[in-house]
Design a binder for this molecule. Structure first.
Ligand SMILES: [Zn+2]
Length: 276
């Protein structure tokens, strides 16, 4: 017996909807209606600082066309703010998207999302003390991510390295991959490696740097890259290298890490103001 024509059409429609749903969900977007509820508008000053952070990191060469910075939402600790997929130097307040901690967007409105946003969401879940996260492929840090030579604090500005930083090798966490932290499982594995530290190196990829605020996360990113560059140069001189003793590093931090980056933040913000 031939199938009823109208049933066949309905079945075809159902099947094409399923295919479409699968395509949309796998393509870094989420269907309208499934978006989590918004925590409400974030403080405009926080959005301005996030935009400035993005532009500062680009100006300092920590990020280029790739890399990103996020901040925890000031009205809900289970939400964070991150720009749409865009070169950091081009970010404006209109590009900022709100996410839940599973990295589902609240208000994407069809905009492209960073595939590695899970770095941010999973770190905010694991680290209640963290309110800002930077992910970068800063070149001198990448050198140390593939070397057996550990990155160590070379001067007082990078005392936050302490006794060293953990290394995340995505191959150990997820086997052979495209190297990207592009799902919750990989993000969780990265956050577990970070433990209580200020940053985690990512083998053959880059780094995730955290802080209690944007100035700390941005400042640490800048001085971590500088430390890597200086350490490489010092080692290249050929003699021995004297690093900060762990006790010296601890005393620097106890006396106020780089004066909470307040002076630097004022300068860096000024340098990127008027760029838009
Ligand atoms: Zn990356």
């Amino acid at each position: 017996m031939l199938p009823n024509d109208s049933l066949t059409r309905r079945e075809l429609l159902r099947r094409s909807t399923l295919v479409l749903t699968g395509t949309l969900l796998s393509a870094d977007t989420i269907l309208a209606g499934q978006a989590p509820a918004s925590a409400g508008a974030a403080n405009p000053a926080l959005i301005e600082d996030l935009v400035a952070a993005s532009r500062i990191l680009a100006r300092e060469g920590i990020v280029d066309a790739f890399g990103h910075v996020s901040v925890r939402h000031d009205r809900d600790r289970n939400r964070y703010l991150l720009s749409r997929s865009l070169a950091p130097a081009l970010v404006t307040p209109e590009d900022i998207i709100e996410y839940d901690l599973d990295s589902n967007p609240v208000n994407a409105n069809g905009r492209a999302l960073f595939s590695e946003r899970f770095i941010h969401g999973e770190i905010y879940k694991a680290r209640p003390d963290v309110n800002a996260v930077v992910h970068a492929h800063a070149p001198s840090i990448v050198s140390f991510s593939v070397s057996t030579i550990p990155l160590r604090p070379i001067y007082h500005m990078s005392a936050f390295i302490g006794e060293g930083l953990p290394m995340f090798d995505i191959r150990q966490a997820a086997g052979m991959t495209d190297m990207l932290v592009s799902n919750g499982d990989r993000g969780r594995a990265l956050a577990q490696k970070l433990t209580t530290k200020t940053a985690v190196l990512m083998r053959g990829h880059g780094v995730a740097v955290v802080g209690p605020s944007l100035p700390f996360a941005v400042g640490r990113s800048i001085y971590l890259e500088l430390n890597a560059r200086i350490q490489g140069q010092a080692m290249g001189l050929g003699g021995g290298v004297t690093y900060l003793d762990p006790e010296e590093a601890r005393k620097v931090i106890e006396s106020g890490e780089n004066r909470s980056y307040e002076r630097a933040w004022e300068l860096w913000k000024r340098q990127v103001s008027g760029q838009r």
